[in-house]
Each structure stands twice: as structure tokens, then as C-alpha cells.
Design a protein around this ligand. Structure first.
Ligand code: FAD
Length: 415
């Protein structure tokens, strides 16, 4: 197509070269080699974020969680290394921060979720020193392990914001690894571990709550719900939580800490929220079965930035991507959209070193295991899957557009 340096034209434009963007690009080009696909992303590195939990627990090397963007871009895709500034779907175009215009026939929006570190007063200043750490960023995840190694007993505090958040199991996984680590070091008796959640339940799918409560009890991790982190005083080493009582009054609770692992508040990216693509909550408003935008039929979205009402994980993206790709190609060919996403997502809940319970479910919290194993039992096998099998599966199959559709089935009996 004709282009000047200020205007770029591509048949399919994908915003975000993360898990969703690269998976969709690879799958599109595998199904239709020669398709004109461009990926817009300013980042020069691509991260496998699911391994951050293991990095923070000192059992995985951060260097193995990332590759250069150039290495993961599928052959045949163009890379526009810039950030999107605004969307103009009425004119099938978007504006880049460097002011170039990009026009498309079809658009896939996948810029992920925004980590809102600024929502908690004092957090940005406190993070990365004096025992304040987080697995949620590659810049701070190694410090989690530093903190755990240096901890000599005292208060270890773990926080989870109210939804939305990506991998809703990750905030508690690090609490269990920490408990296991401290027990092995002989510091269990001199440590108090508390998990504060801004949400009202330990996990979004009720069937997994009792087994997770048992895990927390076994580790001696006290679970405190409906307490939202609002401030961190790094100098005094005090975290402040807001909680609303039955009387509707909001109280503030101060909690001294020696180690504070923070999961930041999260929300839709501003570039989506401030665009005509957004729903009331700021996500790209798509049909929950087809992943097609409800107002702009040539726009699709998946992954963390989409409105798909399921848990935001890479595992969900694995099942969303083939649906998006088939429907997008059908739309380009003027055919009916027939592919359907059932809400599948999965969260490998690391419950100790060497143990994982895998939560797999679809829309409405229906538990749907892939393998004929008890989904509520911790297992060594799933630890091997999490640590050793999923990373190469991600790099060598998922990001290469090699789709592996292993069927998941609704569980008949909930124990
Ligand atoms: P991302 O992979 O985050 O990619 C978004 C991309 O968009 C980035 O490359 C970014 O640079 C780009 N971008 C952002 N803004 C713009 C812009 N304006 N213009 C252009 N590009 C832009 N998932 C699991 O399945 N299992 C797990 O065990 C698991 N554990 C996790 C543990 C942690 C600590 C974390 C942080 C995440 C975990 N996840 C897990 C979640 C998983 O990593 C995400 O759900 C997944 O990466 C979402 O993919 P995405 O493509 O939507 O977003």
C-alpha cells in the first residue's frame, strides 16, 4: 500500500506485542502467510510474566523470563516500535505518540492492563528498598527474593488489591512460597505472615476457596479480607489499609512490617479508557464469545485489556487467540463469525516449593480440568508443569502460532 512517512497502512494492525499480540500475529500468519500484519509496541523486550512468581521465590532466573521483541516477532510481521496515543475507530485509524497515523482494515487491541503504582500513597517512593517488594514488575521481582533471603523473622505482609488484577492467584502464591521458605530456614516460629486482600474472597471461584484456606492455615498465613492497601510509609515501615465496617464507616488500620510484598492496583490502560472503544469500566468492549467489538465490527480484543469477563491470564489468552484469529479472518473474507470462546482460564496456584494446585475454569466459575486429576489437590506433577513445561510451551508453541487445543471438561462432582 502507498505510505508516506507520517501515515502507515496495514491490513491487520495489532496493538501490543505481549502474550496476546504475538500469539495472534503468529497464528494469523500461520493460517494466512502473506497477510499484511503490523504489531505496534514501544517495548524492546517481551516478558513471560507467569514465571515472575518463581523468580520472586528464588527458584527461577529472571533472565529466562524475557526475550528481545525482535526475537519473538513472527516472520512476516512488521513492527512499529511506538506507543499508541489514541484510537479513531470511526476512521479505521490510530495515532502514535510520535504523531504518525496508522490505518487498518482490521484492528486487534491488546495493550494489557495498567499497573497503577501511584494509587497507594508512598508506594512508588518505598518500592525496591527497606523490605518493600513486588513480583508484578521485572524491575522489582528480584528484590522479592532479596527480601526473603534477608528476612530474619518479624512481620511479613502480602497484599492484593480489589479486582481487577492479572493472575488473581499470584498475590497469594508468593505468600505461600515465603511461608515455606521461612519454615525451611527455621524462622517459622519467629515470623508472623498476613495476607491482606482488598477483595471479599480468597479466590474468585468459590470451589477453590476451601482448599486454599487449608493451604493458608497449614502455612500459618492469616487471611484478612476486605482490607485495601492505601498507604505505605517506607521510613516507619508501616502499611495502612482501609476497611469498611457493617455500619458503612471506613476505618484505617496500621500494620507494621519487616517485609511487604505489594500487588499494585490495576485498571484499564488510559489509551483504551479514553477512547470510543471502551466500555464503562475502561476495557475494550467485545462480545464475550466472539471477541469482536460490539460497535466496531473490524475491531477485536483479547487478553488483559479486553472486557472478556474472565480471569486475566496468559492461559486465557491461549484459548482466546484462536477464536480471535478465526473470527478476524472470517470478517476479512466477508463470512459469518463462527468461533466461540467459553471463558476458559487457568491459574497454577503455587502452594509451596514443589507443589501446585491448578485452577481451571470457564465463564460463571464452572470448574473445567484438562487432565483427569483432582483439581483441588496440590501436586508435584503440576509444579513440574508450571516450572519446566509451560515456559518452553509458551516460547516454542504458543508464540509460534502452534495451537494445541487440549479439551477441558466441566467437573461433574465438586468435592
Ligand atoms: P501483556 O502480555 O502484558 O502485553 C501488553 C503489551 O502491550 C506489552 O508488550 C506493552 O509494551 C504493550 N503496550 C502497552 N501499552 C501500549 C500502547 N499504548 N501502545 C502499544 N503497545 C502498548 N498468567 C498465567 O496464565 N499463569 C500464571 O501463572 C500467571 N502468573 C502471573 C504472575 C505475575 C506476577 C504476573 C504479573 C502475571 C501473571 N500472569 C499469569 C498473567 C499474564 O502474564 C497476563 O495475563 C498476560 O501476559 C496478558 O497478556 P496481554 O497480551 O493482554 O498483556
Amino acid at each position: 500500500m502507498m505510505q508516506d512517512s507520517k501515515t502507515l497502512d496495514h491490513q491487520v494492525v495489532i496493538v501490543g506485542g505481549g502474550t496476546a499480540g504475538i500469539t495472534v500475529a503468529a497464528s494469523l500468519l500461520k493460517r494466512q502467510p502473506g497477510l499484511d500484519v503490523a504489531i505496534v509496541d514501544p517495548a524492546d523486550r517481551h516478558f513471560y510474566q507467569p514465571a515472575f512468581t518463581l523468580v520472586g521465590g528464588g527458584t527461577y532466573d529472571l533472565a529466562r523470563t524475557h526475550k528481545s521483541m525482535r526475537d519473538v516477532l513472527p516472520k512476516g510481521a512488521s513492527w512499529i516500535q511506538a506507543a499508541v496515543e489514541s484510537f479513531d475507530p470511526d476512521n479505521n485509524a490510530l495515532r502514535l505518540q510520535d504523531e504518525r497515523l496508522v490505518r487498518y482494515a482490521s484492528l486487534v487491541v491488546a495493550p494489557g492492563i495498567k499497573l497503577d503504582w501511584g494509587r497507594v500513597e508512598g508506594l512508588a517512593e518505598a518500592l525496591g528498598k527497606n523490605g518493600v517488594c513486588s513480583n508484578y514488575s521485572p524491575d522489582t521481582v528480584n528484590y522479592t527474593w532479596e527480601c526473603l533471603k534477608q528476612f530474619q523473622g518479624g512481620n511479613a505482609i502480602f497484599t492484593q488489591p480489589p479486582p481487577p488484577l492479572k493472575c488473581a492467584g499470584a498475590p497469594q502464591k508468593i505468600a505461600y512460597l515465603a511461608a515455606d521458605h521461612l519454615h525451611r530456614k527455621g524462622l517459622g516460629g519467629s515470623s508472623t505472615l498476613k495476607f491482606y486482600s482488598g477483595g471479599g474472597a480468597l479466590f474468585s471461584v468459590p470451589a477453590f476457596v476451601p482448599p486454599l484456606e487449608r493451604v493458608a492455615r497449614r502455612h500459618g498465613v492469616a487471611v484478612i479480607l476486605s482490607h485495601d492497601l492505601v498507604a505505605v510509609d517506607g521510613e516507619r515501615r508501616v502499611a495502612t489499609f482501609a476497611t469498611t465496617g457493617a455500619d458503612g464507616e471506613t476505618r484505617h488500620v496500621e500494620q507494621p512490617y519487616d517485609l511487604l510484598h505489594v500487588t499494585p492496583h490495576q485498571c484499564a490502560p488510559d489509551v483504551v479508557r479514553n477512547s470510543p472503544l471502551a466500555d464503562a469500566a475502561g476495557w475494550v468492549e467485545v462480545d464475550k464469545a466472539t471477541t469482536q467489538h460490539v460497535r466496531y465490527p473490524n475491531v477485536f480484543s483479547l487478553g488483559d485489556a479486553s472486557s472478556l469477563p474472565t480471569s486475566k491470564t496468559a492461559a486465557a489468552v491461549r484459548k482466546q487467540a484462536p477464536v480471535t484469529v478465526k473470527n478476524l479472518l472470517a470478517w476479512l473474507a466477508g463470512q459469518t463469525l463462527t468461533a466461540r470462546y467459553d471463558g476458559y482460564t487457568s491459574c497454577p496456584l503455587v502452594t509451596a516449593y514443589g507443589k501446585v494446585m491448578i485452577a481451571e475454569f470457564i465463564y460463571d466459575g464452572v470448574v473445567t480440568p484438562t487432565l483427569p486429576l483432582d483439581p483441588f489437590k496440590e501436586s508435584r506433577f503440576y509444579w513440574v508443569v508450571k516450572k519446566h513445561l509451560l515456559p518452553p510451551f509458551y516460547w516454542n508453541r504458543m508464540l509460534k502460532g502452534k495451537e494445541t487445543d487440549i479439551a477441558h471438561k466441566p467437573l461433574k462432582r465438586v468435592s
